[in-house]
Design a protein. Structure first.
Length: 153
């Protein structure tokens, strides 16, 4: 049992502590990652802006389909990139905020009359999460403290 808890938080035991240990690893190096992230983020913001504006101005749902697909594709690529490079992202505030945004956007299909409110909440969470201090953005909800390097870009 001692071997299972080696390097774990003091007093931590079991599968949760093993998961926490695995999530501490540094991000995998990936050549050109900053450029890739910037390009994906730019495309994602443009697509999401078109989608949001379309809902604000009452554009027919079928005309918003390309913006929805582009928003989902670029957002999915960003999630995959971050989770692949640093799995701890999934339990950091920045990753959890992204998952909450996903739930809000997906809720539009079920709560169509609330779509503008739901999309506005998703937008606000994204802006706040992207601009909050690193000591909050990189805080792991699993570990209860900042985990991993605070990267720019």
């Amino acid at each position: 049992m001692v071997a299972d808890n080696e390097g774990a938080e003091p007093g931590a035991r079991g599968p949760l502590s093993r998961l926490a240990r695995r999530l501490r690893d540094k991000p995998w190096p990936l050549p050109g990652v900053r450029t890739l992230r910037t390009g994906l983020r730019t495309a994602h913001i443009a697509a999401a802006a078109a989608l949001y504006g379309g809902h604000i101005y009452g554009v027919a749902a079928e005309r918003l389909l390309p913006a929805l697909i582009a928003t989902a594709a670029t957002g999915g690529a960003l999630v995959a990139l971050e989770a692949f490079r640093a799995p701890v992202w999934l339990v950091q505030v920045r990753g959890v905020a992204t998952m909450v945004k996903l739930v809000l956007v997906a809720s539009v299909a079920l709560l169509w009359d609330l779509r503008v409110v739901l999309l506005t909440l998703a937008l606000a969470i994204g802006v706040v999460a992207a601009h909050m201090p690193g000591r909050w953005r990189y805080r792991s909800l699993l570990h209860g403290r900042v985990i991993g390097p605070m990267e720019n870009g």
